[in-house]
Design a protein around this ligand. Structure first.
Ligand SMILES: [Zn+2]
Length: 232
């Protein structure tokens, strides 16, 4: 099998592989991924804080409703003509009033505590909102920089792809597919020479029987790294 053309193909393809690798590992791209994770986290946190805030608001509302009832009852007691009550009824009315007043103090303390909690949640919410906004703005910057990198690389990439398409015509389809499979798995270089009876990729020694197969057929698949070993 004619391997020369595929070796030539790989030479051009290695330039493409490098360019693609640079883009994949671009610091701008990685920053984008980090920032988008921060934005997502902030959003989830905001949602959690919102639900906490609405829970606190409900609790405060309930407290106010109970306090209003207490106040009404106190008003009722005070509205009674106390002179007409028996000593026993007067005692019970006054002790109920006292109890209701104490309840109001407790409710007031609870309401103050809830209001403090609400403020803390609100402060945290605002902080999270700022973090979300900052992440979004920075993401935009890094995304623009990454898009520029892609744009800058694209003429060279297209040129290399055109060059590959020309060489490709002279390569056996099955062989090319075997090459493409490995490249997709990020095994690169795919084609390696035999060096002192060892695989030129992973340096594993090739058994004597395989070396003679390589002599006969011109190529051999390394059992260790799957690279295609060729005879120079
Ligand atoms: Zn190998």
């Amino acid at each position: 099998m004619e391997i020369k053309n595929l070796v030539e193909y790989q030479k051009v393809d290695s330039k493409l592989f490098q360019l693609e690798k640079q883009l994949t590992q671009s610091a701008n791209k990685q920053k984008c991924a980090q920032l988008s994770a921060i934005a997502k986290e902030s959003q989830q946190k905001s949602e959690k804080l919102e639900s906490q805030a609405s829970q606190i608001a409900k609790e405060i509302q309930n407290l106010f409703a109970v306090a209003d009832q207490n106040k009404l009852k106190i008003k009722e007691i005070l509205g009674k003509d106390l002179e007409k009550l028996s000593a026993e009824e007067l005692d019970s009315a006054l002790s109920l009033k006292e109890k209701l007043m104490q309840n109001l103090v407790v409710l007031d303390k609870k309401a103050t505590k809830l209001a403090e909690m609400a403020n803390a949640v609100l402060a945290e919410f605002n902080k999270t909102k700022v973090a979300y906004k900052n992440a979004g703005e920075k993401f935009k910057q890094f995304k623009e920089a990454y898009d520029k990198e892609v744009e800058d690389a694209s003429p060279k990439i297209n040129e290399l792809k055109k060059e590959l398409a020309v060489i490709e015509k002279n390569i056996d389809k099955n062989l090319l597919e075997e090459y493409a499979k490995r490249r997709r798995d990020r095994i690169f270089p795919v084609l390696v020479p035999l060096n002192n009876r060892c695989c030129g990729g992973c340096h594993m020694e090739v058994p004597a029987s395989s070396v003679s197969k390589l002599e006969r057929e011109g190529i051999l698949v390394c059992e260790n790294c799957r690279r295609i070993i060729f005879k120079i």
